[in-house]
Design a binder for this molecule. Structure first.
Ligand code: PDD
Length: 281
């Protein structure tokens, strides 16, 4: 199969799949998701993604319809049906199927979705460009919920401005990007917003911090300002799908690009780790 969509035991090409209108995702976006990438049918940082997925569900009081081991087994089974071994794996769990009513329905089982689509992870050829957008999201950004309208609006505003993506700020404080975490390098050190309720605890971010530590590059986890971002030696983003991308402009003004040595070292370890961990056995 070219791709795969799975819903509560049924699977087909994504474009052939149908879901019930009363799935609470349709009324409330009432669910959580997670995204991981695999190469050679080997998912990268799989356990970390599983843990975050279960934790997001727990924070919304959604009871997972399967165990971690069952999720793992099912994902490998479904990956085997897809032609490419280099894929993006998307999991989603929604609270269940019930008539529209704000309170949580009683005695319904959560619905489990999965899609698997071809995806090549590759070192970007050129730096990316950002616009800045006031972060008007709510205060549960640590939960990977399906409520992504502000992120979609910010991404579209970036595209309308001819840029790649948007960086959010709450007042003066930089939080994260529309679908990645953002970091700066100053005087050879990484500065990244601490993992509180204002940002998603990115799996690529956590791996960056682990790899930076091994490479002897210091990292400080604290809020930083737009001014610090605009005057940083380097600005870069991390995410599961793009791993590590250098930023060259924000709102049309040049930023970073002044400490290639430190940035390259970090980008090399991020991609090196992905390729080594997903090498064919
Ligand atoms: N996005 N912050 C936000 C708001 C995100 O949506 C993402 C990921 C990240 C980075 O998280 P991670 O390193 O775990 O991918 C940070 C995914 C890829 C998406 O929605 O498609």
């Amino acid at each position: 199969m070219q791709n795969l969509g799975y819903y509560n035991g049924k699977y087909d090409l994504i474009e052939n799949m149908m879901i019930p209108m009363n799935d609470r995702v349709c009324w409330f976006g009432d669910g959580v998701y997670d995204v991981s990438c695999a190469r050679n049918r080997i998912p990268h940082l799989f356990d970390a993604h599983i843990e975050r997925f279960f934790n997001s569900a727990k924070l919304l009081r959604i009871e997972m319809p399967m165990t971690r081991e069952e999720l793992k087994k099912l994902t490998f089974e479904m990956m085997d049906k897809v032609d490419s071994g280099n894929v993006m794996i998307y999991w989603q769990v929604t609270r269940g199927t019930a008539a529209r009513s704000h309170e949580f329905p009683k005695d319904v089982k959560a619905n489990f979705w999965m899609t698997i689509r071809p995806k090549e992870v590759a070192v970007p050829e050129k730096p990316i460009t950002l616009i800045s957008v006031e972060d008007t999201r709510y205060l549960h950004c640590n939960i990977k919920t399906l409520n992504l309208i502000p992120n979609c609006m910010a991404e579209q505003a970036a595209k309308d401005a001819g840029c790649n993506t948007a960086v959010f700020h709450r007042g003066d404080i930089v939080t994260e990007c529309a679908h990645s975490n953002v970091h700066i390098i100053k005087d050879g050190k990484i500065i990244t917003h601490n993992a509180d309720n204002l940002i998603l605890p990115g799996i690529a971010r956590a791996n960056l911090l682990r790899l930076a530590d091994v490479a002897g590059i210091e990292a400080v986890q604290r809020p930083f300002t737009m001014d610090e971002l605009m005057n940083a030696d380097e600005v870069f983003t991390t995410s599961t799908t793009a791993l590590c991308s250098r930023v060259s402009t924000v709102d049309g003004k040049p930023v970073g690009m002044k400490d290639e040595k430190t940035f390259k070292k970090l980008q090399d370890v991020c991609f090196g780790d992905f390729f080594a961990a997903t090498e064919k056995k």
